[in-house]
Design a protein around this ligand. Structure first.
Ligand SMILES: [Zn+2]
Length: 321
């Protein structure tokens, strides 16, 4: 086997196999931690994770053909790695659906009212999955693509409703107008474009269908962005820092939803440790972490380590109050 591998691939392969063997020897469940940086490219693991169900029957050759072009590893080497792992039966791929994470977004609903916070690139998929036939509006936390890129998919709702109200701070609306100019065009407008009603918000409380909504100013690195409090629920994503003044808006929360990106520190997002410290300071009745990267780890593994009233959120989670 060694003869077929170039030195770089050999190093990766050895590391992978020794990892697997070590876990197996320890008698632990031999879950391969796929976020080891230089072990093997993420693409491979994501692909394998996705095709896990077919993995037992799938031809190794097929997997190698699919993923070798997108990885740094040559096809024959990859085939050897997979073959080895399969033969040794050391790999148990985790197939918990809670580990399939789409972009962060939530829907807040009461009576027959539904507001969405952020519509990222997975918005369409999320709305279809939850079979959401109507919405009352979309609130944006900030302009980054993972929170806004699904805006064109508001179309079916505008066909039904005429116009969809959107709420965001001025800079965010201006940014959307640049990036999605055709949506905001007033002259020679394409009839099929989504129709959105702009609502520029500042940091004053406003009312949506009888519920008080308080925008909260937070910092995403150097970028001032918005979190929202609906009644006793606060949704905070992409937080890195927050002033003491704004923290006062987070008193007596039943539910705090806040970002916890990963284990290692990050310049613009809270990591797990910082998110836990934040929960400790704010003291909501319950906290749910969101905006989770694969680098946080597997759902079950991480949740086991959290305090009693702190949970990892997952796609499709629904909380009733
Ligand atoms: Zn984000």
């Amino acid at each position: 086997m060694d003869k077929l591998l170039d030195p770089h691939t050999k190093k990766i392969c050895d590391a992978l196999l020794s990892d697997i063997v070590r876990t197996a020897d320890n008698g632990e469940e031999s879950t391969v931690k796929f976020f080891r940086k230089d072990l093997i490219s993420m693409t491979i693991w994501l692909f394998i994770l996705k095709s896990y169900n077919e993995y037992k029957t799938i031809n190794i050759e097929d997997i190698a053909r699919e993923i070798a072009p997108s990885s740094r590893i040559s096809k024959p080497s990859l085939r050897l790695i997979l073959e080895n792992a399969k033969i040794k039966k050391f790999i148990r791929f985790v197939d918990n659906p809670k580990d399939n994470r789409l972009r962060s977004s939530i829907m807040i609903s009461w009576n027959d009212i539904r507001y969405i916070i952020d519509c990222g690139p997975d918005f369409r998929q999320q709305m279809l999955r939850e079979n959401i036939q109507s919405i009352n509006g979309v609130l944006f936390t900030h302009e980054h693509a993972d929170h806004t890129a699904g805006i064109d998919d508001l179309r079916p709702y505008t066909y039904k409703m005429g116009e969809v109200p959107i709420y965001a701070q001025k800079r965010v609306i201006e940014n959307l107008k640049v990036r999605f100019s055709y949506i905001f065009e007033t002259v020679n407008r394409y009839a099929g474009a989504p129709k959105l009603t702009e609502n520029i918000i500042d940091y004053k409380t406003f009312i949506l269908n009888g519920i008080n909504v308080s925008p909260i100013a937070i910092m995403h690195g150097n970028l001032p962005i918005t979190a929202y409090r609906f009644g006793n629920v606060a949704y905070i994503t992409d937080l890195k820092t927050i002033s003491d003044q704004e923290k006062k808006k987070l008193k007596n929360l039943d539910i705090l939803i806040v970002n916890a990106l990963r284990i290692a520190a990050h310049p613009t997002h809270l990591n797990l440790e910082e998110a836990l410290a934040f929960v400790n300071e704010i003291k909501p009745k319950k906290a749910y972490f969101t905006h989770i990267s694969h680098k946080l780890g597997f759902h079950e593994d991480v949740e086991r380590t959290l305090p009693e009233n702190v949970f990892l959120s997952y796609d499709g989670l629904s909380i009733s109050l």
